[in-house]
Design a protein around this ligand. Structure first.
Ligand code: HEC
Length: 171
C-alpha cells in the first residue's frame, strides 16, 4: 500500500467516525425530545382525555331510565328548535316587530309609514285589498310585499290590525 493510500484511509476513517458519532447524538436527542414527559402529560390532561373519549364514543347514545344520564346532556343539543318569536300583542306591536323593517324607512319599494302621498292610492283600493295583499303577500310595481311581512306565525286578524295601524298613521 502506498503512503498516499494509507493517508486516504486514515482521513476517510476519521470522517466516517465523526459522521457516525453525529448521527448517534442526533438520534439520542430526537428520542429524548419525543419521549419527554411533556407528551405524557398532554395525554393525561383532562380535556384531551375527554376529547378522545368523545371522538371514540358511539354516535348514538340513549338515556336509560333510572340510570345516571348526565353524560348524555353534554352531547345533546341545547335546544331542539329555534325559540319562537314573541307574539305581538296588537297591530302596533306587530308593525314594530315585522313591518317597520321595510315600511319604516320605505326600503325595497315599500310605502313609507306616514307617507300620505304614497299611501293615498293604496288606501283608495279599499281596506279589503290592503288586508288581502298584506296577508297573502303581493308583487306590485314597486316591489315585493311578503305574505304577513314574513311572520307566518301571526293570525290574519293581527295582520289586519297592523294594516289598520299603518293606514291610520298614513292618511
Ligand atoms: C320585506 C319588506 C316588507 C315587509 C317586512 C313588509 N312589507 Fe308591506 N310592502 C312591501 C312592499 C315592497 C310593498 C309595495 C309593493 C308594491 O306596491 O309594489 C308593500 C306594501 C304593503 C301594503 C300595501 C298593499 C297594496 O295593496 O298597496 C300593505 C297594506 C302592507 N305592505 C302591509 C304590511 C304589513 C302589515 C307588514 C307587517 C306585517 C308588512 N307590510 C311588512 C314590503 C314589505
Amino acid at each position: 500500500m502506498s503512503k498516499q493510500d494509507s493517508h486516504f484511509i486514515n482521513v476517510f476513517g476519521i470522517v466516517l467516525g465523526v459522521l457516525v458519532t453525529v448521527a448517534i447524538v442526533l438520534f439520542g436527542v430526537a428520542r429524548a425530545v419525543g419521549n419527554s414527559t411533556q407528551r405524557q402529560e398532554v395525554q393525561q390532561e383532562d380535556l384531551y382525555v375527554k376529547a378522545v373519549a368523545a371522538r371514540i364514543a358511539p354516535p348514538v347514545r340513549e338515556a336509560v331510565a333510572g340510570a345516571d344520564n348526565s353524560a348524555l346532556a353534554i352531547a345533546a343539543p341545547a335546544a331542539s328548535a329555534a325559540p319562537a318569536l314573541p307574539m305581538p300583542a296588537d297591530g302596533a306591536a306587530l308593525y314594530d316587530a315585522a313591518c317597520h323593517t321595510c315600511h319604516g324607512p320605505g326600503i325595497a319599494g315599500a310605502p313609507k309609514f306616514g307617507d300620505k302621498a304614497a299611501w293615498a292610492p293604496r288606501i283608495a283600493q279599499g281596506t279589503a285589498t290592503l288586508y288581502k295583499h298584506a296577508i297573502e303577500g303581493f308583487t306590485g310595481q314597486h316591489g315585493v310585499m311578503p305574505a304577513k311581512g314574513g311572520r307566518m306565525d301571526v293570525s290574519d286578524d293581527l295582520v289586519k290590525q297592523g294594516v289598520d295601524y299603518m293606514v291610520e298613521h298614513s292618511r
